[in-house]
Write a protein that binds this ligand. Structure first.
Ligand SMILES: *Cc1c(COP(=O)(O)O)cnc(C)c1O
Length: 367
């Protein structure tokens, strides 16, 4: 095994599975271009390796969270244009203009700043107008759009090439989302009177799976690429898992009945119990909220229940019933092939997005 395998815990990332899931998204939306979302280190999978694998894979942009991630893509030699999804600080815009990265604007003041920087560097800057159709995070309100468009139209160094919005409740409120699609369609129509819009986009993974948005021609799948469909759908069983989390047993001991396990002694053994200590904890991203929620891990072909609270670097599990026994050094699956990441998220009372992005920098990623 490689030197990384000496680590107590690690994540295995399957780049081919991510490429496969991108192909699934493409097949589902044959007339729509794609912006794979690789923000937050490609949801914990590793920004550079994922972007390099999907680069030149027939995609239009990479969705990133901020300028720092755009810079990392550039340094990694990635050719696809980074698209900065969130608002930008004034001091970041010079770099955006000079490198020809793409981003959104939510105010006329931002547009004016991009205009003056673009004039200074003799560049044409491509921007997408964000509209707030319900998310409350960024964008022009729909009724501000026409007035803003008139002002932005007079800025010669800007190329307004897109309109974007974002569903706040695609997986929770169908009527709201359907209404929102109508609103977005109207906004696109308004903006189209002033600019030639090459891109119109609103859907992330849930929107992409659940709704028809005829006006849209670009989609921004994130979670879908990482193997999880946010809405139960035809995609179940078609998407491939992309990341599995592993650790090693560090110690196996026999505890008598009535012995506490872990901080707070929230678990007390009711019978003599063989307890394995495993080298992963909340500092690695094994969420502490999963303590005492019936979580299980997979060791030597068997499911073993977790006991007591997650500690910073270690957890304990009950291996009494593993027929062939368990030894120090044995490999443990926390999630992956045998335990879906969605099960872990549900037990931790959170969402898969947070489980992925919570995986710590200490965990080596093995590709
Ligand atoms: C994170 C994000 C996405 C991707 O969302 P998923 O639900 O993971 O597909 C798309 N668009 C925007 C604006 C985002 O912030």
């Amino acid at each position: 095994m490689s030197s990384e395998s000496a680590a107590r815990a690690w994540a295995c990332v399957n780049l081919e599975a991510i490429a496969h899931n991108l192909d699934i998204a493409r097949q589902a939306l044959p007339d729509t271009e794609l912006m794979p979302v690789v923000k937050a280190g490609a949801y914990g999978h590793g920004l550079e390796p994922v972007a390099r694998r999907l680069d030149n894979h027939g995609i239009s942009f990479f969705g990133v969270a901020n300028v720092g991630e755009a810079r990392r893509l550039q340094r990694a030699g990635v050719r696809t244009t980074p698209f900065i999804l969130g608002p930008t600080f004034p001091e970041e815009r010079e770099e955006i203009v000079q490198n020809g990265w793409c981003c959104t604007i939510s105010t006329v003041a931002e547009a004016a700043h991009f205009q003056s920087l673009s004039a200074l560097y003799e560049k044409e800057t491509a921007l997408h107008v964000a509209v707030d159709t319900g998310m409350g995070r960024e964008g022009f309100l729909p009724d501000q759009l026409a007035t803003a468009a008139v002002q932005i139209k007079g800025m010669p160094n800007l190329r307004i090439e897109g309109i974007m919005s974002h569903f706040p409740a695609a997986d929770e409120d169908v009527p709201f989302t359907q209404n929102e699609i109508g609103l977005f369609t109207d906004c696109a129509g308004t903006l189209q009177q002033y600019f030639s819009l090459r891109y119109r986009h609103i859907a992330a993974s849930a929107g992409e799976l659940g709704y028809e948005v005829p006006v849209a021609n670009l989609a921004r799948p994130g979670l879908l690429l990482y193997g999880v469909a946010p809405m139960a759908s035809i995609y179940d069983g078609v998407l491939r898992p992309t990341l599995s989390l592993h650790a090693r047993v560090t110690l196996v001991r026999e505890l008598p009945a009535g012995h506490g396990v872990s901080y707070g002694r929230t678990h007390i053994t009711t019978a003599p119990t063989r307890v394995a200590t495993i080298g992963i904890g909340y500092a690695d991203g094994w969420n502490r909220q999963i303590s005492n929620k019936g979580a299980r891990v997979y060791i030597n072909g068997h499911y073993c229940p977790m006991l007591g609270r997650v500690t910073m670097d270690q957890i304990m599990v009950d291996v009494t019933d593993v027929p062939g026994g368990v030894q120090s050094g044995d490999e443990v699956e926390l999630f992956g092939t045998h335990i879906p990441v969605a099960e872990v998220a549900a037990k931790a009372g959170t969402i898969v997005w947070e489980i992925f992005t919570g995986l710590g920098p200490r965990l080596p990623r093995i590709y």
